[in-house]
Design a protein. Structure first.
Length: 179
């Protein structure tokens, strides 16, 4: 955890019907002072939507050689490189080469994120999903964050239903390819 980070705890009930994942999770998420609440919420959503054994948050801003979220197999080999925000093409290229698969989750305008990659070399770009949510969704969720959070998230037919600290939200989960 980064020095000066604010720790947020999430008790999560995850029901991902699309992938057949049902879990109860307790997550401690460190938010660096330079990280926005929207970025942290997007990291949390990426973790939940990508959940599988071996998933973990990286050390955040301090981990310049790792993505925001990653998945390792039992041997420690990185199998998924999951970026958040708007990573540059070079970083995404490196991640796609290091892991079996890569993905990007963004709280920004996905067309602007993808435009920054146009014409740049990204390994297996056509296989990398760029995942976004309905406009305003991430900011609305960030608006009800507390230090301790109770969260239920259900995903079905590429739609997420989220309850956080007594407030309910829903969003489409939009996906396009990086290349």
């Amino acid at each position: 955890m980064a020095l000066g980070a604010t720790i947020h705890t999430f008790d999560v009930q995850l029901a991902d019907v699309d992938r057949g994942r049902y879990e109860s999770l307790t997550l401690r998420v460190a938010r660096h002072p330079s990280e926005t609440d929207a970025f942290m919420v997007t990291r949390l959503l990426a973790y939940c939507l990508e959940y599988e054994p071996g998933i973990a948050f990286s050390e955040g801003i301090a981990a310049t050689d790792e993505p925001a979220v990653l998945v390792r197999d039992d041997t420690g080999r990185m199998v998924a490189w999951i970026e958040v925000g708007a990573p540059d093409a070079e970083r995404l290229h490196r991640g796609a080469k290091l892991a079996d698969r890569a993905a990007v989750y963004t709280h920004r305008d996905p067309s602007k994120v993808a435009a920054a990659w146009a014409g740049k070399r990204i390994h297996r770009a056509e296989e990398i999903p760029l995942v976004s949510f309905d406009p305003g969704f991430v900011d609305d969720v960030a608006g009800v964050l507390e230090r301790r959070n109770a969260m239920t998230i259900s995903i079905t037919e590429r739609h997420a239903y989220l309850e956080l600290n007594g407030s309910s939200f829903s969003t489409g989960i939009h996906e396009q390819r990086a290349g």
